[in-house]
Design a protein around this ligand. Structure first.
Ligand code: AMP
Length: 286
């Protein structure tokens, strides 16, 4: 596996190598979710490129940035064993040579104002900034993203279209633990008991895939879900929202003629977890 901290090295290496490239941007502390993305890439192309960069501009909370796990030796071993070809490990200066002030402002429309955009000020501007820069450096044919960060996929798709990046986005399904908890780097900071309790999100989301459970108004479902999550030990619940899965337009109530998704963000202790689930993915009209 070729490893470099410098953008010029990465660009030069890939130019010399030739062949189709799939790129997986990550913030490290790799888990089965990341590995599934690497495997999807491996099946698709000759050259698999990963980056590990804890991007400061997408953190609205300095403590979260500081506490973000950085087990770099373990990460490198995982990527090497998954046959990753290139690992880009930039410093903050390599990504933001002109500093972190006065960054480009992206027009993300209402995606920047709802759900994660509402609760994490500037988060998606940071995400769009870093992914734009990474795409310019790696210039991949495929960009592999995880459905766990559903709104992020939509933000990056919009940025890609608006800026004319010629890359195809592939979205990998959410990998979960046996109890259903979505894999996340932040889970490392949960105790075993908290992990167990946190899988309540999955249970609550999963039952909504059954159309029988959607015969009541969404407001009632939302109330019940918040109550169940509280009972399971969740602290503040930022949102339990129903949206159109294609546009992320927030829906007041179920509409079976649309492809729908429920998205959740809630705190277990001081760890903020997000998850989502498509309600009617098998609807033949979609
Ligand atoms: P992160 O390192 O958290 O920035 O995530 C890097 C990429 O991995 C993003 O595209 C995430 O959506 C994806 N990802 C994170 N967790 C999972 C998961 N449990 N299943 C599938 N993909 C994931």
């Amino acid at each position: 596996m070729y490893i470099s901290k410098h953008r010029e090295d990465i660009t030069r290496f890939l130019e010399n190598k030739g062949g189709r490239v799939a790129f997986i941007p990550t913030m490290g502390a790799l888990h089965d979710g990341h590995v599934s993305l690497v495997r999807m890439a491996r099946e698709k192309v000759d050259i698999v490129v990963c980056s590990i960069f804890v991007n400061p501009t997408q953190f609205d909370n300095p403590e979260d940035l500081e506490n973000y796990p950085r087990p770099i030796a373990d990460d490198m071993a995982i990527l090497a064993s998954e046959d990753c070809d290139v690992l880009y490990l930039p410093s903050v200066e390599d990504i933001y040579p002109e500093g972190q002030e006065n960054l480009q402002v992206f027009d993300l429309g209402y995606l920047d104002e709802i759900l994660e955009g509402e609760y994490r000020d500037g988060h998606y501007q940071g995400v769009a900034n870093v992914v734009d820069r990474l795409l310019n450096i790696v210039d991949p044919d495929f960009l592999i993203l995880g459905a766990k960060d559903y709104q992020q996929v939509m933000v990056i798709s919009k940025m890609k279209t608006d800026l004319g990046h010629e890359v195809e986005i592939l979205v990998a399904p959410t990998m979960r633990t046996r109890s259903g908890l979505a894999q996340s780097s932040r889970n490392r900071r949960l105790s075993d008991k908290e992990k167990h309790n946190a899988s309540a999100i999955y249970r609550e989301l999963y039952r909504m895939q059954n159309i029988e459970n959607r015969q009541v108004p969404f407001a009632e479902v939302q109330r019940n879900m918040v109550e169940k999550l509280r009972k399971a030990g969740f602290g503040p619940i930022d949102y339990v929202a129903l949206a159109d899965a294609d546009t992320l337009e927030i829906l007041a109530d179920f509409d079976e003629s649309r492809k729908m998704i429920i998205l959740v963000a809630a705190y277990m202790g001081d760890i903020r977890l997000i998850d989502n689930m498509l309600l009617n993915p098998s609807n033949p009209s979609h």
